[in-house]
Design a protein around this ligand. Sequence first.
Ligand SMILES: Nc1nc2c(c(=O)[nH]1)N[C@H]1C(S)=C(S)[C@@H](COP(=O)(O)O)O[C@H]1N2
Ligand SMILES: [Mo]
Length: 220
Amino acid sequence: MTDRPSTPDSKLTLSKRKWAAEGKFLTGRISRPETERLPPGQHLVKNWPVLDLGQQPQISEDSWKLEVRGLVETPLALTWSAFQALEQCSRLSDIHCVTTWSRYDNRWEGVSTRDLLDMVMPKSEANYVMLTSYDGYTTNLPLSDFAVEDAILATAWEGQPLTRDHGGPMRLVVPHLYFWKSAKWLNRIELISADKAGFWEKNGYHMYGDPWREQRYSDD
Ligand SMILES: Nc1nc2c(c(=O)[nH]1)N[C@H]1C(S)=C(S)[C@@H](COP(=O)(O)O)O[C@H]1N2
Ligand SMILES: [Mo]
């Protein structure tokens, strides 16, 4: 690393420094050449299809909670107002669903996963996250993928509050993986050491799910 100015930065936490030292985010998966924008086997749609297990939980802002636990220094349980009080950010990204539709240029607003991780400070043994949602859905991904710059805990889409059918009041968006990793109605983020299969991963889908490598099914 070259010299960086030593300006005070409250966000430059232990975990961030550790990841930087390990080069954890240098996956090269974020900036793709334009010609590779549409992954193999995908087609573009202009609408936004709804896909889930068929139960769309209704969570009032009063009862809503986000728990972050497991291998972290500071476990968190955030209320809706505490979550709203966190630094808000905006991301523009594409959606790639394993059922072969892709949708370009979705504008999300919410809290970046990195900012959330800065608050809890992952322990060095934390390598994966298991996400659990209000409909009982679970999905797993590596911590370094959860923590990419593009990933966001989204509460708004195209300037409007995220609707219930798309996971409102809050869903995860991890644009470089198939969309089943982007848990709707997210309730719990657990940092774990070893990978563990979530709902679709137990049902024949890939543990990682990279659209550009067409990692759709577990035997790929
Ligand atoms: N909680 C929850 N999250 C979920 C799902 C689900 O059934 N429950 N389905 C996943 C799948 S398979 C896809 S393709 C996307 C669909 O999101 P959308 O309905 O907003 O398009 O959500 C993902 N997140
Ligand atoms: Mo899906």
